[in-house]
Design a protein around this ligand. Structure first.
Ligand code: PLP
Length: 364
């Protein structure tokens, strides 16, 4: 069956790709089994293609996206370093907190939730920061932060970029943009279950890495160093074998579809969703020129039917139609809905279903 047919006929909106479900059901292999190591190597190679990088140190960190964030910062931020952190949502806030726990002097560059970061403000916040860290696609607000205007003028700073909600769903070009450390998560546009953090660290970051970071588990010097004299691997930690199977399969589906095609699919579905929401008279939070396609934030209208709360609307969609949309977080709690159209769920039929179901619940 052609991939496009499978995409149209796949399981329900919240499920991963059928290939991924099959990979999760594969019989277990030992984590040092040569067959598993070959599959892990191929997974790292697939990640290089998706990140658009030649970085040798590219691998799935064993942990969720937040483990990727910790791994990124703990390996390059030394106590006393100045770290400029862009904060315009929950995940920028988390980056600032992680950097501060590592003893960095955090210079926060803020924008209101719902607006993009100002690249000039990020670049100009400090004359010689050790690192500039920010989120590419802010999942809490549906806003895209521009990367190239920052990397082009990063000077001696290492750029640390969160691509948890962008990788696989829109262009990410680690080497072309000059990003030094980049991480993601498996559960968003890659279409795999949560549990691994795709991660890549370039040569400049490797040179300047922390010699003995406060985390043993996430010390990339150790992980990259667990190779025996024959080029084989020795034990560092037990890799989550089934999750690697799942990521390997999800990356296979993505690369077979084609990265640019996958970005376009997310773009088409997201824009179609957004046009449909506006046609229902709903207002979107993010400004049009920085609005993500894969994550749409909608302002909760003040004329919900009857005595319905915004949580009742979400519950009705989930219980009746099997569609999960997210509530707002932080200062946007109770004020927005967050509608993901990512990975396997980014397909026209799901958009049609959501719009019809929402129109019915909202009586519009
Ligand atoms: N960064 C962004 C942009 C995210 O959207 C998320 C999770 O949604 C994270 C980091 C943290 O990832 P996880 O929840 O997998 O730890």
């Amino acid at each position: 069956m052609a991939l496009t047919e499978r995409l149209l006929m796949g399981p329900g909106p919240s499920n991963p790709y059928p290939e991924v479900s099959a990979a999760l059901a594969r019989p277990m292999l030992g984590h040092l089994d040569p067959e598993f190591l070959a599959l892990l190597d191929e997974t790292c190679e697939r990640l290089r293609r998706v990140f658009a990088t030649g970085n040798r140190l590219t691998l799935p960190v064993s942990g969720t996206g937040s483990a990727g964030m910790e791994a990124a910062l703990v390996n390059v931020v030394h106590p006393g370093d100045t770290g400029v952190v862009g904060v315009n949502g929950l995940f920028g806030e988390r980056m600032a907190e992680v950097a501060s726990r590592l003893g960095a002097e955090v210079v926060r560059v803020e924008a209101p939730w719902g607006e993009p970061l100002d690249p000039d403000a990020l670049v100009g916040a400090h004359p010689s920061p050790a690192a500039i860290a920010f989120v590419h696609a802010e999942t809490s607000t549906g806003v895209r932060n521009d990367v190239e205007p920052v990397t082009a003028r990063k000077g001696g700073a290492l750029v640390v970029l969160d691509t948890v909600t962008s990788l696989g769903g829109m262009e990410v070009d680690v080497d072309g943009w000059g990003v030094d450390v980049c991480y993601s998560g498996t559960q968003k546009c890659l279409g795999a279950p949560p549990g691994l953090a795709p991660f890549t660290l370039g040569p400049a970051a490797w040179e300047r890495r922390t010699a003995r970071p406060p985390s043993w588990y996430l010390d990339m010097g150790l992980i990259a160093g667990y190779v025996d004299g024959t080029g084989g691997r020795t034990y560092h930690h037990t890799a989550p074998v089934s999750m690697v199977f799942a990521l390997h399969a999800a990356l296979g589906v993505l690369l077979e579809e084609g990265l640019e095609q996958a970005w376009q699919r997310h773009e088409d579905c997201g824009r179609r969703l957004q046009a449909g929401l506006e046609a229902l008279g709903l207002e979107l939070l993010a400004p049009k020129d920085h609005r993500l396609a894969q994550l749409t934030t909608v302002l909760v209208p003040d004329d919900l039917p009857g005595a319905m709360t915004e949580a009742d609307v979400r519950r009705a969609l989930l219980e009746r139609d099997g569609i999960e949309i997210g509530g707002g977080v932080g200062p946007l709690a109770g004020k927005t809905w967050r509608i993901g159209c990512l990975g396997h769920s980014a397909r026209p039929a799901n958009v049609t279903l959501l719009l019809a179901a929402l129109a019915e619940v909202l009586e519009r």
